[in-house]
Design a binder for this molecule. Structure first.
Ligand code: BG6
Length: 488
């Protein structure tokens, strides 16, 4: 990997502490960092290099997945870290930064390969990008890249404006938009699973599939993020990005060994083929909900509107479920049911593909004791892929029971999403980052729903914390003769 200077805005923040430093450290231990690596942390606090390094060390002890953080390794790792005070709006601070970056490049004798990682609120993306450009930091003789996190805009128009402004300082090829779901090992494995298994390729099409269910449920509530979450809700926080990305990754059909351009084209085609929802029809296919007080695993938790920082009359959505249809050759006629919510019964992220029973459909034999075949891809809390089949029950003659064939179950100590993504960004591989086309098309699809929510055109259903969401969500599938799998 080419030598890299990693310039981290928001170096004293929570994301850096919890995710970025542990990810970089794990890459260092696995010898996946460039041999010449330099990191410059930026924040408003008046820290020295030593204070910064001590803070990074502490974050590794608190959050690294490596069980026994090895002191000598940690010391060696943080030697590459420097700190500079930066006020995002102050031009002089960028000059100081440029000087430090150049000094380090000369000291290490490395080319000007600069990765700017913006671990800051989205309102700072444009001022930082502009200052990178005007200060000369962006005029490198090597490469430059910009890594940003969601939210990428608040709706279609603001996302377009943001993109337009960023594109003045960075080209599309230089922008790496993180969607951490795309960094999850199981999500990255989806394409290979299908592309390298003709038996699955043969089956994953509308002729054989009854429906697809994508769930991303969480037990946590709004946590300490009221200021952010109450303006965003489940639709913007999870659905527009993570869940639509999961949908694209589930639905794309690609030959093994396809390159990034082919993958992006296919993803784009999937989202373009999504049947649009008209604002006046939102109520038919979309359910929104908000959690009430309840109990999760024996612990009482308050209603959303009683959480600190949330207004008592907030109509923000903490749950959303949707029925989507992809109008293409492979998926036409197969409903995709997608749901995500906070304060649900359990943490679980999974994709369930339910197969049809062609004989039952012919109407000749209908055996209600038979369970459909299922392909289940679990991403959280554990990673696994299983296929549910039917077998004779050897203990009860004549009876049939479902059996699971485990195709894959993850080992411990898998790389975390951020490790995969940071490694790819340093390596210049944008395959598992969200391209602007995907982001724009996702916003476009979601926009009528946002408007329907804002205009209160559909009900906001209450659901008890610790449940599987509002009762109406079951009706969304029941109308089509299905039910959610694995809700106990
Ligand atoms: C984040 C959302 O992007 O994803 C959070 O902002 C959410 O609200 C989180 O809790 C869920 O991620 P994961 O990987 O735990 O499913």
């Amino acid at each position: 990997m080419e030598p890299t200077t990693f310039i981290l805005f928001g170096a004293t923040g929570d994301l850096a502490k919890r995710k970025i430093y542990p990810a970089l450290y794990n890459l260092f231990i696995d010898q996946k960092l460039p041999e010449s690596f330099s990191l410059i942390g930026l924040g408003r606090r008046e820290w020295s290099d030593e204070t910064f390094q001590a803070n990074v060390e502490q974050s590794l002890r608190d959050f690294s997945r490596r069980e026994s953080a090895d002191t000598s390794k940690i010391k060696q790792f943080v030697e590459a870290f420097r700190y500079s005070v930066l006020d995002i709006g102050r031009k002089e601070d960028y000059q100081k930064l440029l000087q430090l970056v150049e000094e380090r490049e000369q000291e290490l004798n490395i080319p000007q390969n600069r990765l700017f990682y913006l671990s800051v609120g989205p309102e700072f993306f444009v001022p930082i990008a502009d200052n990178i450009q005007s200060s000369g930091l962006g005029s490198t003789q090597g490469w430059k890249r910009l890594v940003i996190e969601k939210p990428f805009g608040h709706d279609l128009q603001s996302a377009r404006e943001l993109n337009e402004k960023l594109s003045k300082a960075f080209t599309e090829d230089e922008v790496y938009r993180i969607d951490h779901y795309l960094g999850k090992p199981m999500v990255q494995g989806l394409e290979t699973l299908r592309a390298t298994n003709p038996v699955l390729q043969a089956l994953l099409k509308n002729r054989y599939i009854a429906n697809v269910q994508i769930t991303a449920n969480e037990t946590v509530g709004v946590e300490e993020r009221a200021g952010y979450y109450d303006h965003v809700g489940a639709l913007r926080d999870m659905f527009q990005n993570h869940l639509l990305q999961l949908l694209m990754m589930t639905a794309i059909q690609l030959p093994h060994g396809s390159n990034i351009d082919q993958m992006r084209l296919k993803k784009k085609q999937v989202i373009e083929a999504l049947e649009p929802v008209r604002k006046q029809d939102v109520g038919l296919n979309i359910i929104r909900g908000q959690y009430q007080a309840g109990s999760i695993k024996g612990a009482q938790v308050p209603a959303y509107t009683s959480e600190p920082g949330i207004a008592a009359d907030s109509t923000n959505d903490t749950f959303i479920a949707a029925k989507l249809q992809i109008d293409d050759y492979f998926w036409k006629g197969v409903p995709f049911y997608i749901r995500t919510g906070k304060r649900m019964m359990e943490k679980s992220t999974r994709i369930v593909v339910e197969f049809k029973d062609p004989i039952a459909q012919l109407g000749s034999v209908k055996d209600s004791s038979l369970q459909p075949n299922l392909l289940v891809i679990e991403m959280s809390p554990n990673e696994s892929i299983t296929l549910q089949l039917n077998m004779n029950d050897p203990h009860h003659k004549g009876e049939i029971k479902p059996v699971n064939i485990e195709l894959h179950s993850s080992q411990n100590d898998l790389p975390e999403a951020y490790e995969n993504l940071i490694h790819d960004a340093m390596n210049g591989d944008a395959t598992y980052f969200a391209h602007w086309d995907e982001v724009e098309l996702s916003w476009e699809w979601v926009q009528p729903i946002l408007e329907a929510f804002e205009e209160n055109l559909i009900p906001l259903y209450p659901y008890a914390a610790g449940s599987y969401g509002p009762a109406e969500v079951d009706a969304l599938l029941a109308k089509d003769g299905y039910h959610w799998w694995f809700d106990s």
